[in-house]
Design a protein around this ligand. Structure first.
Ligand code: ZN
Ligand code: MN
Length: 133
């Protein structure tokens, strides 16, 4: 019997640990941040492996990749429909949820006379931490 875990099993564990890290934070971290956290549980994991698993998790709909046109992506373990507010000073990203947006597609669709099926909406400004400095 071979006591080495199979590649498939190891992938599954890596994926689960990465997913746990992302579900356990609402900070929308970078891949590097995820890598540092995951390394505490799987010391020999590489950054490339973390990237690969993030892509797999993304394609499986388990996580979201947020890209606001900056040089790097941020990741989100919350896949429910929601928006984001980005602080333009510190780069912090927080979730925005409001019933205001529930019927946005229908409302805009009525206004323009076309069927709206999806939209993109991002909020930017100054977070309270930066505003009080
Ligand atoms: Zn800020
Ligand atoms: Mn989010």
């Amino acid at each position: 019997m071979n006591s080495e875990p199979s590649i498939k099993h190891r992938m599954t564990r890596q994926k689960r640990v990465i997913l746990d890290v992302l579900k356990g934070t609402d900070t929308h971290p970078t891949a590097d941040w995820v890598y540092e956290k995951v390394k505490k549980k799987i010391p020999n994991i590489s950054l490339g492996t973390v990237y690969r698993n993030l892509n797999i998790l993304k394609s499986q709909g388990e996580i979201l990749e947020l890209n606001f046109g900056k040089g790097f992506s941020r990741f989100d373990g919350n896949v429910s429909y929601h928006y984001h507010f980005t602080c333009e000073h510190c780069g912090r990203i927080r979730d925005v949820e409001s019933p205001m947006f529930e019927h946005l597609n229908e409302e805009v669709g009525r206004n323009i006379g076309h069927k709206v099926s999806r939209h993109r909406l991002e909020f930017y400004g100054e977070c309270t931490d930066c505003a009080t400095q």
